[in-house]
Design a protein. Structure first.
Length: 607
């Protein structure tokens, strides 16, 4: 099949049984690749009610038809599983070079099933595929182990691995790669840890078949040319995602002290130019990327080198914890990466604990003697380690803020910032109704990258509750995740503003199939409905309550900053949901209606 590696690799960790089968043509036609393959396999192969950490849960790692080809940003890889954090659908995208090697090894998806009796790593070297003993690596940080594996096999081998957080089954453990890229959200690294799989080492030397080589080269060149000529290229490359920090601070979207405000009085110390000046030593990009957003940094003060921090980590481990020292944020970033835990969920968990401490719900006997006030840098470093190692207060925080706040009670549920159990990424959504709705209805929990609607709020009026806003959120949810299906990066379109229609001839030249963006959005909508069905299947009683945001966004007006005193009313939250369900063709309780399922050709998934 043109554009594909050609096979699905299945690895049973329990029996050691490993085999490949051809990638089904119908699967590629209907679900295209990446996140589409993951959603299909998750629904079909993980039985209803499976324990996310048990042998029945599986981890699906998928490339897309763009992956590994000379298309800007074609290095994205999807990790899908049943989430140990939320109990629902998890899909995390990872950049770097891993997915290109998958394609060069002739693989479109790796399906990991069962549980190994001892720590192992998976070696894939073209046709040599075997599980090897990983006892020597278990317990070690990701940076050291990736280095060791690269020294053992060679620089051209790509490694995806977990740290102690994944081994210790912290439900928001991530998978690391390329010394700083992560599949971060929803606990995909936890599932790898439950399977006792420390790492995957991969290398391939095959070529990828392409339908029309000449047209592929022409379309690829047009895409690169558009990136090169983009006005925003130099600023984007200079600052990466930190380009947005100052804007968020100014408009009240920068999470501050556990999202109690959206502007930070010391925020200037965290802005992109300050970081560039103080700690950045070089730029770093994914496979085939003409606009590298990765920033490699050095903190002299803490003696650390790290890829990052990018905006999300600055928001959650900087302003959200009342920390304005960019070197401290970089060091916290390194600790989380090395220990293999998601910096977004980790920053939220520590922020929630700091607010518990501030309000007197926690005292020093609850915090292992730490003075856990906002701004305490050393206590933050300690807590990151305690969470990953499940020590002291870290045991509670490692449960995620939904479960932790339920245990602690005393009103702490009201400032546990999550949707469906996933901690919110770094946009404060006080009085920003489109972005609030985007978080409420995101398919994995409170994550921003499906529908980044915060700029739209600012354009049209942040407190408006109108059908047009809802339609915008839905359009973004159907369209943006298609980059994760195709195996490419959305940021060339989002940030450089290149014409998305330039991808159409590229995809056609590669696969031999003509698909417009309208066609692709229909696939995106189908996947969105399928993953909603998965949530309902796995969570008896799943209804609109699951889509509610943290009470902080409709009960507590920000104490300071650009949104001081502003709030979204609870009746507006409900109106947003009503409009959303209606436009999606869902019931009033947020479930795809029988007519919608028929329209989406999804009825086969119900039997
Ligand atoms: Fe990777 Fe950033 Fe380039 Fe996207 S823009 S491909 S995330 S380096």
């Amino acid at each position: 099949m043109n554009g594909y590696g050609g096979s699905i690799l299945r690895v049973d960790l329990a029996t050691g049984n490993i085999y490949k089968k051809p990638t089904p043509v119908k699967l590629a036609q209907d679900f295209i690749g990446g996140r589409g393959f993951g959603a299909y396999y998750l629904f079909k192969e993980v039985p209803q009610g499976a324990d996310p950490l048990g042998p029945e849960n599986k981890l699906f790692i998928s490339s897309g038809p763009l992956s590994g080809l000379m298309i800007p940003g074609a290095g994205k890889c999807d990790f899908t599983t049943k989430s140990p954090l939320t109990g629902g659908y998890a899909s995390a995208s990872m950049g770097g070079h891993f997915t290109a090697e998958m394609k060069y090894a002739g693989i479109d998806s790796i399906i990991l099933e069962g549980i190994s009796s001892k720590p192992v790593y998976l070696l894939i070297d073209n046709e040599t595929i075997e599980l090897r003993d990983a006892s020597n690596y278990w317990g070690k940080g990701t940076i050291a182990v990736e280095k060791e594996l690269k020294e053992k096999f060679g620089e051209e081998y790509q490694v995806a691995l977990i740290g102690p957080g994944g081994e210790n089954l912290v439900p928001y453990a991530c998978i690391n790669h390329d010394f700083g890229r992560q599949a971060g959200r929803g606990g995909v690294g936890t599932v790898m840890g439950a399977k006792k799989l420390k790492a995957i080492v991969i290398h391939g030397t095959r070529s990828i078949p392409v339908a029309d080589v000449k047209a592929y080269r022409t379309a690829g060149r047009a895409l690169y040319k558009a990136c090169k000529e983009a006005d925003f290229l130099s600023e984007w490359t200079r600052y990466g995602t930190t380009v947005v920090t100052s804007w968020c601070d100014e408009v009240g979207a920068l999470p501050t002290r556990n999202f109690s405000a959206g502007s930070y009085e010391d925020g200037k110390n965290l802005y992109g130019p300050v970081m560039r000046e103080k700690i950045v030593i070089t730029d770093k990009g994914c496979f085939g990327c003409p606009s590298p957003c990765g920033k490699y940094s050095r903190s002299k003060k803490y003696g650390s080198y790290v890829e990052g921090p990018e905006y999300e980590t600055i928001g959650l481990m900087g302003s959200n914890l009342g920390i304005s020292d960019i070197e401290a944020v970089a060091h916290a970033n390194l600790l989380a990466d090395d220990l293999g835990i998601d910096s977004i969920s980790t920053g939220n968990a520590i922020g929630w604990a700091m607010e518990c401490y501030e309000k007197g719900i926690f005292n020093k006997s609850d915090t292992d003697g730490l003075d856990l006030k906002f701004g305490n840098i050393e206590a933050t470093f300690e807590m990151i380690s305690k969470i990953a190692r499940k020590e002291g207060l870290g045991v509670l925080l490692a449960e995620g803020v939904k479960k932790a706040s339920k245990k602690v009670g005393k009103g702490s549920e009201k400032f546990a910032i999550h949707v469906k159990g996933m901690e919110q990424s770094a946009y404060a959504t006080h009085n920003a109704t489109a972005m609030l709705l985007a978080y409420m209805t995101c398919d994995v929990g409170a994550h921003h990258n499906r529908s980044w609607a915060i700029t739209y709020d600012l354009q049209v009026g942040r407190d408006l509750v109108v059908p047009e806003k809802v339609a915008r959120v839905i359009w973004l949810q159907n369209f943006r995740p298609m980059f994760d299906v195709l195996g490419g990066c959305r940021l060339q379109w989002v940030e450089l503003g290149i014409d998305r229609d330039l991808y159409v001839p590229a995809l056609e030249a590669i696969t031999g199939i003509h698909r417009t963006w309208d066609d692709l959005e229909k696939v995106g909508e189908r996947i969105w409905n399928l993953t909603r069905l998965f949530w309902a299947r796995e969570n008896p009683g799943f209804d609109r309550q699951w889509d509610l945001p943290a009470p902080r966004f409709y009960e507590d007006a920000p104490r300071s900053g650009a949104t001081k005193g502003q709030i979204t009313k609870f009746e507006d939250v409900n109106t947003l949901l009503d409009m959303y369900y209606e436009q999606r063709g869902w019931t009033n309780n947020g479930l795809p209606s029988p007519e919608k399922l028929k329209l989406m050709n999804l009825t086969e998934f119900l039997v």
